[in-house]
Write a protein that binds this ligand. Structure first.
Ligand code: GLC
Length: 563
């Protein structure tokens, strides 16, 4: 192991002095104790939860979070009553559900500690799997449902520590071969190495330079901002987000995306595999998952950034971009029966501003399956839009995030849920929820995936069913006033998840088979289930991950308004 560098809490200083291991992973053996101790405090605040859902207001109980509840000998766990966990003994108002107890137990077993402090959860704790690959690491995107479960349970420290640790990692110098990555890039994952001999913990991080395909995770930075807002909203404590380091972290992430260049669209141009779908799946260009997360992160940043110094100009740029992005997405990515009929009748080769078919999409490129799949009632944001290319596939994550971020108008949100109900068998089947529909096969699979044996038809990213998506479906269902959809999906998941050992994904048209190469004890399957349950029990939890529609022109909000 390389020797590490001591750093100071100042944001400009944490940018310097990075070391790189020969394996091209980045490593430091000492992380700044001072930085950690000073920023890693438990919030000591009372919280009032009050959110409004589609016009109706749900007021949660006034909950007093006693700071003593948040302190434990392990350096970080407090337990709030109201939901049963194996460690909460009093005030249990609900009959403990065996599966929930088992899920909490499994989630706690996945916790990763750095110097005695919890900093995240590993992707999977599958002891039967021959190769750990990178499933023994803390993935930024995978930690989000874990973090939400902990926040909903009043366990703030692990989330705070995670946010700070990943922020420190952002400041490392990131290189692939001789090429330096942008300053704002957040890691896809990190790993804590314990040297029991020297009694020292080391962190290694992967920004894409070790990942299969060498792709940088565009989603990580967005999830980080979204989680920072969820933390702030949940704790009522804005001292973390207001620190210069966090402010700088947000600025760096967004500067990467808001830089001016050759773009003619407000959407973000990406390479394949830069998000949850982290293998080649034909999502290069302007994938819906990234556009929805981008939109949500921009909106969260509006709440988090203090309107002073460098942020002033950034806030202006954010607002301008949000405006253009929502217009573009709502107009060109949206597809329902009427839109499809319009595209079917498109003229091509139109020149000038008066063109209707702006991207010159050839109607013959509309796939056959779509004509049957499109219900009379319902619609969705398609996978991708770029010159002469519309990827008509359905992607669950992007559509659910579009609802939660209010990228979708209220009508569009309702239409997305209509589509899910109308096409339940195709999109949910026996296990919620298909990451992408339909699967690609044959020649298309060959050319689009590059013959990926993991992404064969109806498997993994290519039409596989991912239990983690249950929390997103639940959140979207609650937000659109249709909790029965979530209930139905949770019931399905409860039939199998625990019995099957919390698989990462299921295969088959209906999601009946445990995935070919699926890990067991996949943490985000476990956490996703818990979040779905807790959100359904207490819909006020939705507030930490949902943003109301901005009916007015966006106004810069002071970061202190969280109710
Ligand atoms: C797979 C998934 C990715 C996830 C990772 C860890 O690579 O495609 O989205 O983050 O596993 O669970």
């Amino acid at each position: 192991m390389e020797n590490g560098i001591k750093k100071t809490p100042s944001s400009d200083k944490i940018n310097s002095g990075m070391k790189k291991t020969p394996s091209s992973l980045f490593s430091i053996t000492e992380l700044d104790d001072f930085y950690f101790q000073h920023l890693s405090r438990s919030p000591r605040l009372n919280i009032e939860r009050k959110i409004s859902l589609d016009g109706c207001s749900i007021s949660g109980n006034l909950r007093h979070i006693d700071s003593h509840e948040c302190i434990s000998p392990m350096g970080g766990f407090g337990h709030r009553a109201g939901f049963d966990t194996p460690n909460s003994t009093s005030d249990n108002v609900y009959e403990p559900h065996m599966m929930v107890v088992a899920a909490w137990d499994a989630l706690r077993k996945s916790i990763v500690y750095f110097r005695g402090q919890p900093v995240g959860t590993v992707a999977a704790c599958d002891v039967t799997s021959e190769e750990a690959l990178n499933y023994d690491q803390v993935f930024v995107r995978d930690f989000v449902p874990s973090a939400l479960a902990f926040l909903m349970n009043g366990e703030y420290d692990i989330v705070r520590n995670f946010l700070l640790k990943t922020l420190q990692l952002q400041s490392w110098e990131k290189k692939i071969d001789r090429f330096k990555l942008g300053e704002g890039v957040m890691p896809a994952s990190f790993k804590v190495l314990h040297d029991s001999h020297k009694k020292i913990d080391t962190i290694m991080a992967d920004f894409g330079e070790s990942a299969i395909g060498r792709v940088a995770p565009v989603d990580s930075g967005f999830w980080w901002i979204i989680l920072l807002r969820a933390y702030t909203r949940s704790t009522g404590d804005s001292t973390l987000s207001e620190t210069p380091d966090c402010q700088k972290g947000i600025q760096l992430i967004l500067s990467l995306c808001l830089a001016e260049g050759f773009d003619t669209f407000p959407t973000l141009l990406c390479t394949d595999g830069c998000c949850m779908i982290d293998r080649r799946m034909g999502i290069y260009g302007y994938p819906i998952e990234i556009q929805a997360l981008f939109f949500m992160a921009l909106r969260c940043a509006l709440q988090l950034l203090k309107p002073e110094g460098e942020s002033k100009e950034l806030l202006e740029r954010i607002m301008t971009r949000l405006h253009a992005l929502s217009y573009h997405m709502r107009s060109y990515f949206w597809l329902d029966f009427q839109q499809l009929n319009g595209i079917y009748r498109y003229k091509t080769e139109e020149y000038s501003h008066t063109a209707v078919n702006k991207f010159n999409v050839i109607p013959d490129s509309i796939p056959d399956w779509l004509f049957d799949f499109m219900p009379n009632r319902g619609g969705y944001f398609i996978g991708n839009v770029s010159p002469a290319r519309m990827d008509f596939r359905w992607f669950a994550l992007g559509n659910c995030i579009a609802i939660l971020a209010s990228l979708a108008t209220p009508e569009q949100s309702i239409a997305i849920m209509d589509l899910i109900e109308e096409r339940w068998e195709e999109l949910v089947g026996e296990m919620p929820l298909k990451a992408c529909f339909p699967a690609i096969d044959g020649h298309e699979w060959t050319s689009v995936t590059g013959c990926d044996p993991k992404n064969t038809r109806w498997s993994y990213h290519n039409g596989g069913s991912w239990p983690v998506l249950l929390w997103l479906l639940t959140a979207a269902s609650i937000k659109t006033g249709r909790p029965h959809i979530a209930k139905k999906a949770i019931d399905l998941a409860e039939r199998r998840l625990l019995k099957d050992g919390w698989p990462e994904y299921y295969d088959g048209k209906l999601g009946r088979y445990i995935g070919k190469q699926s890990r067991k004890y996949q943490t985000w399957s476990i956490a996703g289930y818990l979040v779905a349950k807790m959100m359904l029990e207490d819909p006020s939890n939705l507030g930490m991950i949902s943003l109301e529609e901005d009916r007015e022109k966006p106004v810069v909000k002071r970061s202190s308004s969280w109710s």
